[in-house]
Write a protein that binds this ligand. Structure first.
Ligand SMILES: CCCCC/C=C/CC(=O)SCCNC(=O)CCNC(=O)[C@H](O)C(C)(C)COP(=O)(O)OP(=O)(O)OC[C@H]1O[C@@H](n2cnc3c(N)ncnc32)[C@H](O)[C@@H]1OP(=O)(O)O
Length: 399
């Protein structure tokens, strides 16, 4: 529907509909009422009761429903629409006329019945909604071990949940996040959020992913790792809804690079951002080799991705990686209040807009992801990388 028409339709307000209904009710000839009451499946009393119940609705049911109610009421009380069609520019009258006229020769009995049923469904939907509003339910998706996935207030939250290991991402967690993102992309939520449980956002790749590999299996480990990583990052590239990172604490490695693929990044002032790839004998992933220079400029990206510079939250915000920083004490409260409001925006509009913002880059991002994974596959077999991992497990090094 054209924008001006929508504006005019808003004038078809709830009050005017109720008034119109009352005015019409007064005009119904008693004899006619009596005759129809005898034959219709919904009694005149029920029909009148429905009109009273309609007044009790607290929420405006929306233009489409109001037009349907108007049309059914007119049809029930006056029969088929015989009045002349209003002019094209009289949007409100025309919308009402169209709605009534669309009922054609529907009998008055049927119109009364449909009207009564529609009111009844609106009342039940509202009372169900009220119970929900009074205590918004959080639904927890059960089939995960390394992450917690919940949906509430139109937000699907994916939470890294290995706090005793600083939320390090092991193979199982990569797979579970892939599954959770695929499901969140299709569920009823408006936005998805990724965050960490406990003190850390995440310490990045679990270095145990490289441990206990027999020399003969090294190449297979590298090949399988690269495939898993490529699939994991692809899910972020293709995620169809706004994806928000709520960085509750220190973030390391892949959890930092992925921020470039998130649509908003909120950080606690306790968070830090560290991509120690050269220190670990590795190389950038998560499309950061392409996105970080775009986000912060090549010079600053070099400091992070080549020279392991760890950023404070304030620096990450000044460099464009983080959207906004919040004091840790009020971080959760402020962020979730904000996200709840964002998640009440029209879902489809947000999804198509996000896709517009990202679609031009998608092909490029997939190509970058493939290339980064190819390079990493080689890196994981390098002495530089193996020495760094051995060093970590011998407790000789920590970030
Ligand atoms: C499919 C494969 C895809 C690969 C994609 C590649 C991604 C690249 C990256 O992500 S690079 C980043 C890798 N991360 C690290 O190198 C971090 C290593 N961890 C540390 O340096 C420290 O643990 C710390 C600085 C994060 C925290 O130090 P702190 O002293 O505060 O705490 P602990 O070290 O005692 O940690 C508690 C226990 O958790 C274990 N742990 C923490 N992080 C990791 C990790 N990333 N990998 C493996 N294990 C980790 C830590 O060893 C402690 O275990 P312990 O109690 O048994 O000693």
């Amino acid at each position: 529907m054209a924008a001006p028409a929508l504006t005019f339709l808003r004038r078809l307000c709830w009050r005017s509909l109720c008034e119109a209904r009352q005015a019409q009710a007064v005009c119904i000839p008693a004899v006619h009422l009596h005759m129809t009451t005898a034959t219709m499946p919904v009694s005149q009393k029920d029909f009148e009761k429905a009109q009273e119940q309609l007044k009790l609705l607290k929420k405006d049911p929306g233009n489409e429903t109001k037009l349907k109610l108007y049309a059914l009421f007119k049809q029930a009380t006056e029969g088929p629409c015989n009045s002349p069609k209003p002019g094209m520019l009289d949007f409100v009258k025309k919308a009402k006329w169209d709605a009534w006229n669309s009922l054609g020769n529907l009998s008055q009995d049927n119109a009364r019945q449909k009207y009564t049923e529609l009111v009844s469904s609106l009342i039940s939907a509202e009372s169900a909604g009220q119970t929900k509003d009074a205590s918004p339910e959080e639904s927890r998706h059960d089939d995960y071990e390394t992450i917690i996935v919940t949906t509430k207030n139109n937000i699907t939250k994916i939470m890294f949940n290995r706090p005793e290991r600083k939320n390090a991402i092991n193979h199982q967690m990569y797979r579970e996040i892939i599954k959770a993102l695929q499901e969140a992309g299709k569920d009823d939520s408006t936005i998805a959020v990724i965050t960490g449980n406990g003190e850390y956002y995440t310490s990045g790749n679990d270095l145990n992913n490289f441990a206990n590999v027999q020399p003969n299996d090294m190449e297979k480990m590298a090949k399988d790792g690269a495939e898993l990583l490529k699939e994991f990052v692809s899910c972020f590239i293709d995620f169809p809804k706004p994806l928000i990172a709520v960085v509750n604490g220190p973030a390391i490695g892949i959890s930092v690079t992925l921020l470039g693929l998130c649509d908003i990044v909120y950080a606690s002032d306790r968070a830090t951002f560290h991509t120690p790839f050269s220190q670990l004998g590795q190389s950038p992933e998560g499309c950061s080799s392409y996105l970080f220079p775009k986000i912060m400029g090549l010079a600053k990206a070099n400091e992070m991705l080549l020279f392991n510079k760890k950023l404070t939250a304030a620096e990450a915000c000044a460099w464009g990686l983080v959207t906004e920083v919040f004091p840790d004490g009020t971080f959760q409260k402020e962020v979730w209040e904000r996200l709840k409001a964002y998640a009440s925006l029209p879902k489809n509009s947000l999804a198509v807009s996000k896709q517009l913002l990202r679609s031009m880059e998608k092909e490029k991002l997939h190509a970058v992801n493939s290339q980064e994974c190819e390079v990493l596959k080689e890196r994981w077999l390098s002495d530089e990388c193996l020495n760094a991992i051995v060093s970590f497990f011998q407790r000789k090094s920590k970030l």
